[in-house]
Design a protein around this ligand. Structure first.
Ligand code: GAR
Length: 193
């Protein structure tokens, strides 16, 4: 099974969905490590409760030296023999240090139908634009933020009375279905299955 690390910064609900899905007997991947840049991230305890190893590498002591922070992350990934990284609500911009090392083997989930609305505040922007639907995208990570090749997407309707909050919740539920599916397909592809 493909050895996956999930990088988080927050609640980790996508991380939990990825872990739950890989507990099936025929799963193609295994989450071997969860890394957070925020020692307070709620997802760390969730991962531990599911029996997955965690490490918190606080970015704050590194100041502006993002690459040094990433070098510590890289050391943990190597120690765990990680093969694929899944970013799941990891809210730090990555530098070429990690992006280039993991080119073609790092996935991200983004809460919009890319190429629409890269960056932040995706739901408010979709509502503001009067869109009829929103959604989420799993893509490969490249140096351009939210620009890498799209692997899969899931649309959800926008309904009357939606706020950024209600829409975010509907999209998040779709993310929990999309991400495990997209990661499994990706792993099948890299294993030539
Ligand atoms: C998710 O909606 C994810 O798509 C988004 O943050 C949320 C994390 O929730 N990611 C980004 O905005 C990346 N720029 P989670 O911690 O419960 O998975």
């Amino acid at each position: 099974r493909v050895r996956v690390a999930v990088l988080i910064s927050g609640a980790g609900s996508n991380m939990a969905a990825l872990i739950d899905a890989c507990q099936a007997a025929d799963a193609l991947y295994e989450v071997v490590l969860v890394v957070s840049n925020d020692p307070e991230a709620g997802g760390l305890a969730v991962a531990r409760s599911k029996g997955v190893a965690t490490v918190a590498i606080d970015h704050k002591p590194f100041g502006k030296d993002r690459a040094a922070h990433e070098a510590d992350i890289q050391a943990e990934l190597e120690a765990a023999s990680v093969e694929v990284i899944a970013l799941a609500g990891y809210m730090r911009l990555l530098t070429p240090f990690l992006v280039n090392r993991w080119e073609g083997r790092m996935l991200n989930i983004h809460p919009s139908l890319l190429p629409k609305y890269p960056g932040l505040d995706t739901h408010a922007r979709a509502l503001e634009a009067g869109d009829a639907e929103a959604g989420c995208t799993v893509h490969l990570v490249t140096e351009g933020v939210d620009e890498g090749p799209i692997l899969d997407q899931q649309a959800v309707p926008i309904v009357a009375g939606d706020t950024p909050r209600t829409l975010a919740q509907r999209v998040l539920t779709a993310e929990h279905g999309l991400y495990p599916r997209a990661l499994a397909s990706f792993c099948a592809r890299i294993r030539n299955l």
